[in-house]
Ligand binder design. Structure first.
Ligand code: BEZ
Length: 218
């Protein structure tokens, strides 16, 4: 199990693009690793296609994409053909799919879903999303059950927030999207807020506490 702020395990694994040693593969980039219960499954087929279509959006954000599924590289290569056919994609598949047939990574990363097993009783992974920063620390983890496909617009929205708040002393409010108003973080004093965010607004509330401070996105 990896917690937010932990250095993400520097695993070595086989993939559809050869052996990946995570930290050197990422270099100075951000990374996203999303897991799948198994190859040749319907929801996963839609997810991998959606991510392939969004590849330019991830590249724009300097994010290296990786998928992982509990099957072999050989199975992954066969499945990619189905993913491309079903999702009207052609050409090179834009990101590697990591193989984890023995569930080594699934166990290390805490991704086993107790409710999902293969017909022969082998455990399957849930749908995990891990975002790793250029410092190799875990910045985000989201777990979905196998029966619920992910919303990758939401994943991109969260990445925008992570990348903004990595360098600016702001937090992003509910349903924020790039360009929307941000909140000045509570640790910034009123005096510093004035100089750091000259356009910020303090919202008056019944408690009289001046903690609701909005600012245009820096
Ligand atoms: C799917 O990807 O469709 C799926 C995989 C495992 C359990 C349920 C659905």
């Amino acid at each position: 199990m990896v917690n937010l702020g932990d250095i993400f395990p520097n695993f070595t694994a086989n993939s559809t693009e050869g052996v990946i040693k995570l930290h050197s593969h990422l270099g100075d980039s951000w990374g996203i690793l999303f897991s799948h219960p198994a190859d040749y499954t319907p929801v996963c087929t839609t997810e991998l296609g959606r991510v392939a279509k969004l590849a330019p959006e991830f590249e724009k954000r300097n994010i290296k994409m990786m998928a992982i599924s509990c099957d072999s590289v050989e199975d992954h290569h066969g499945w990619i053909k189905d993913i491309q056919a079903y999702n009207n994609l052609s050409g090179n598949f834009p990101y590697p799919i990591i193989a984890d047939p023995d569930r080594d990574l699934a166990v290390t990363l805490g991704m086993i879903d107790p409710d999902e097993k293969t017909a022969s009783g082998m455990p399957l992974t849930c749908r995990a999303v891990f975002v790793i920063g250029p410092d190799k620390k875990l910045k985000l983890s989201i777990l979905y059950p196998a029966t619920t496909g992910r919303n990758f617009d939401e994943v991109l929205r969260v990445i925008d927030s992570l990348q903004l708040t990595a360098t600016q002393k702001v937090a992003t409010p509910a349903d924020w999207k790039t360009g929307g108003k941000c909140m000045v973080v509570p640790s910034i004093s009123p005096a510093d807020a004035k100089t750091m965010f000259p356009q910020h607004q303090v919202h008056q509330v019944p408690s009289g506490k001046e903690y609701l401070r909005t600012t245009p996105q820096p």
